[in-house]
Design a protein around this ligand. Structure first.
Ligand code: PLP
Length: 264
């Protein structure tokens, strides 16, 4: 036993997907695939499959806090991924807990609406997300619609995306990893990382599949790489590659439209 290497621990605070494609389930598969021990605090429950979200249940805030406390009280947590938080009460609870435990390497996926169209964050919770969680994160990982909602800026071009990312930096984000899949940029998809005075691009071929769980997998892959000691640009580059590979090897289960990722 003694020479078995002890893995780093990463915590996901997010929503459960009963279909196993996104949320907590995708995060734990990503952590395992990248050699990190995964912990979870379930902040929302969804009854969901490859056809869509049928129901959402939000646990008591005190129970969300109890899960986070249980994890921090016993494990050395090297990174935290934040996903679906459902409403302002849960956002406030998670922000208070992250502050109390001095969490580091916090990756914020500002989950709002699922690919299937279901709302995963109350419309009135966006300002709270910006005010409470943006300052605690080392990186925020919006897709184009999320970046538009966070900044109020319409995004049709790479220049508009850069301007919106700069606005998010000015609102208190330490770094913005903007996913490019929703932009019309031909046969390629470019994910762009913006940090103060620096800008990195990660380019992949566009795949013609509608897949489920890409955003969750991307953010948890960044958290896993940060837990293992990578710099933020390296973590983002690896995560971008990881999602691209998982998508390439994705598969179709269930009877709906959405493909799931293969986390290997
Ligand atoms: N369900 C849960 C619990 C999620 O956290 C998310 C995204 O973060 C989704 C569904 C949506 O995933 P996708 O947009 O990839 O379908």
């Amino acid at each position: 036993m003694s020479d078995v290497r002890v893995p780093q621990c990463a915590l996901t605070i997010a929503g459960s997907d009963s279909g196993g494609g996104a949320g907590i389930q995708a995060d734990l598969k990503t952590f395992a695939a990248l050699g990190v021990h995964g912990l979870s605090a379930i902040a929302a429950l969804t009854a969901q499959n490859t056809r869509g979200v049928q129901a959402v249940e939000v646990p008591a805030a005190s129970f969300v806090r109890a899960q986070i406390d249980a994890c921090f009280d016993d494990f050395d947590i090297a990174a935290v991924k934040i996903g679906m938080l459902a409403n302002t009460t849960i956002i406030d609870t998670v922000a208070d807990a992250l502050l109390a435990h001095r969490a580091t390497n916090v990756v914020l996926d500002p989950v709002m609406i699922a690919t299937s169209g279901a709302r995963l964050l109350a419309a009135d919770a966006v300002d709270t997300l910006i005010r409470r969680l943006l300052p605690l994160a080392c990186v925020v990982t919006p897709n184009v619609p999320e970046l538009e909602t966070l900044t109020g800026m319409p995004i049709r071009t790479a220049e508009a995306l850069q301007a919106a990312a700069q606005k998010l930096l000015s609102l208190g984000a330490a770094a913005v990893m903007a996913k490019g899949a929703h932009l019309e940029e031909g046969s390629l998809v470019t994910d762009r990382l913006f940090m103060a005075g620096e800008h990195f691009e990660f380019v992949h071929p566009r795949l013609a599949v509608e897949a489920h769980g890409t955003g969750c997998t991307f953010a948890s892959a960044i958290a896993a790489q940060l837990a293992k000691g990578a710099t933020l640009p390296r973590a983002c580059a690896n995560a971008s590659e990881f999602v691209s590979e998982a998508l390439k090897q994705g598969y179709s289960v269930g009877r709906g439209q959405l493909h799931l990722l293969r986390h290997i």
